[in-house]
Design a protein around this ligand. Sequence first.
Ligand SMILES: [Zn+2]
Length: 85
Amino acid sequence: MPMVRDLPLEDSQGLVILHWHSSEEGLHITARGQHEEIRLRCGCGRCHWIIREQFRPEGPRLVVSCHNCGRRMDFVLEGAGLPRP
Ligand SMILES: [Zn+2]
């Protein structure tokens, strides 16, 4: 079992996401430079997020908003499955 560390949303700015998946326990993230898997925890104490991948001109982003309180954050999404030419 991989180690999972809870990360408060306010400390998550600037994460570069390589992989993510959501489960019963919440949103799990593998980020560049982080040895453990991260579970993102909102300031309201919840770990469940509405998750969208957005493909913007400057690069793909992972946009999350809290199911409970609506707080939002977005991250660089390096592991996005971009179509290859
Ligand atoms: Zn919240």
